[in-house]
Ligand binder design. Structure first.
Ligand code: DQA
Length: 142
């Protein structure tokens, strides 16, 4: 079982950016937490973060034929990117959309998610734990 964890723009700034919304944990701490969770369960995991939409599309495409699941926090591209939606549709890999904050309680422009249309589940407002919940969802026997 191999999972790709993909994070979009500004998620490399975790710990610095708006700690009242995203908490004090860094991107590195997030990755360590996920790796530990996966190691305990014998899940292979890879990490990718980019501030560039096309690089995120490339990474989703790279997962084709390689990964069994994708956990993605597209950051602000959630609310704008048809390209990310199409990439997830193209590879056909079960994908969970994760948001650290509860986007449903934030600005109107955050209420739209294009990628959600191609995702098997959305987890929001659970902080870093949302990523672990996403991995559990993708790897549990269904
Ligand atoms: C986010 C929510 C988005 O609206 C925002 O642009 C982000 C982070 C979250 O994890 O809560 O960059 O995806």
């Amino acid at each position: 079982m191999k999972i790709s964890v993909i994070n979009g723009p500004n998620l490399n700034m975790l710990g610095i950016r708006e700690p009242g919304i995203y908490g004090n944990g860094t991107y590195e701490a997030l990755c360590s937490m996920i790796r530990e969770h996966c190691d305990k369960r014998g899940i292979e995991v890879s990490f990718f973060q980019s501030n560039h939409e096309g690089d995120l599309v490339d990474e989703i495409q790279r997962a084709y034929g390689v990964c069994d699941g994708i956990v993605i926090n597209p950051g602000a591209y959630t609310h704008t990117s048809v390209a990310l939606l199409d990439a997830v549709k193209a590879v056909g890999i079960p994908t969970v959309e994760v948001h650290i904050s509860d986007v449903s309680k934030r600005e109107d422009f955050r209420q739209v998610s294009y990628i959600r249309l191609a995702c098997v589940k959305t987890i929001a407002g659970q902080g870093f734990d949302g990523y672990l919940q996403a991995i559990d969802f993708l790897t549990e026997d269904k």
